[in-house]
Design a binder for this molecule. Sequence first.
Ligand code: NAD
Length: 511
Amino acid sequence: MTQVVEPAVPPTRAIGRVTHWIGGKHAAGGSGRSGPVYDPATGEITRQVDFASADEVDAAVRVARAAFAGWRATSISRRTEILFRMRALVDEHRAEIAAHLTAEHGKVPADALGEVARGLENLEFATGIPHLLKGGFSEQVSSGVDVYQIRQPLGVVAGITPFNFPAMVPMWMFANAIACGNTFILKPSEKDPSASVYLAELWKEAGLPDGVFNVVHGDKVAVDAILGHPDIAAVSFVGSTPVARYIYEHATAAGKRCQALGGAKNHMVVLPDADIGMAADAAVSAAYGSAGERCMAISVVAAVGEVAEPLVEAIRERLPKVRVGPGSDPTAEMGPLITREHRDKVASYLDSGREQGAEVVVDGREHVLYREGRGFFLGVSLLDHVTPEMECYRNEVFGPVLEIVRVPTYTDALALVNDNPYGNGVAIFTRDGGAARRFQFDVNVGMVGVNVPVPVPVAYYSFGGWKASLFGDLHMYGPDGIQFYTRGKVVTARWPDPGTSSVDLGFPRTR
Ligand code: NAD
């Protein structure tokens, strides 16, 4: 049984309306545009979130730009001290942050606390900034000449984040960006914006100077203002593939550094020698956790050879035991989806799957919470005999639907994964170390799990997919994050005695 924790009451100080956070304080929107924030468990609108205009984004950038000179000059030890305080505050307020996630995203408290814990890792990594920012020094590269390399912050950098991890994904970005000496503009998802403002309040309490961390809410208008703003040096994005591609193209066309992480279609390959019970437990946990709204959720099981029949049976058997319900129900393991439209889109893949020849083993629309129509619930769903031509396979479903593709051999399973346009995560379940090693060598996917269904790297490695799951060169957080948020500078220096120089028009040589 999943450990559950009673949700605390979200203590945001901006009840009813979620405002921007600019220059260390709430900044009510002046654009006249706003959007609804729902409680997905009831379907009710609980708040309105301000949508920034281009002028409001510009105001945030001006504040961040003004704060940059002071922040980059702040000593590394002082920056580290603030990061340690922020780390302690997030740790102390895990329950409150998680409550915001449950209230607006719908994920159950245990899952929300898991998100906060994985976000916190990034602040912990960033507290190592004194070590992470060390450069290199080469003494005596030529007679009396030394060369050293330093890494410096970029300036104002922006993060644009998705609805499914409203606390963790911003932490993936801002922990390292701020530690490196940049100032930050966060444009969180407009669907669940409160956690980001709560984190801003914690930064202030931690002693971060005003203007170093800012939040602007909104839609495409705010995003386009970020992409076109001449004073934003870099953009980190996480979201769906079409938007990631758009962000990457526009940000780089405007001369910005960009890393844009997109969608996914993660496969779990189960070889005939795998432990069926363990594979079934893993598939159910990874497919339905967070209602399948994780970019690392398992969406497809590639069942190899004779494993298919007993594996499908073992998965099917487990499904009635998955408790679907609101975060306020301490027994619930899976919450609702983010919006009604998204829920209906997810459910539509069950119909198209059936029409195109798949077998609907379990239909989540038969769940009582779906039938009652309250909130955006859909029960767990299982599709068997899926093939790569089907709509449900070709699209990222992003909901509690697990698809089984039956393949005859390991080679077919590998081809299935490698032919898929996405390459975020993949897992292999086997007891054969040689097969696992060969898979790890052959597979064209950025993050691989060996008997681990959701292989999200720890914060001291970096997170990133391949193919249509990432546009850009560097992965997110960890060592790649430090590289992304800094640029190198190499200094060549000598201190000759006066009177020892002469004019020499030749190209500088070391020998
Ligand atoms: P999304 O692409 O709809 O939105 C992401 C962000 O982009 C939001 O801040 C949103 O306001 C903004 N946005 C949306 N449409 C836009 C447009 N037309 N122009 C400019 N900006 C726009 O994604 P989502 O629905 O919030 O999140 C779910 C998606 O994110 C899934 O595809 C999931 O796989 C992906 N995701 C990927 C990762 C990863 O690490 N690869 C992690 C989490 C989520």
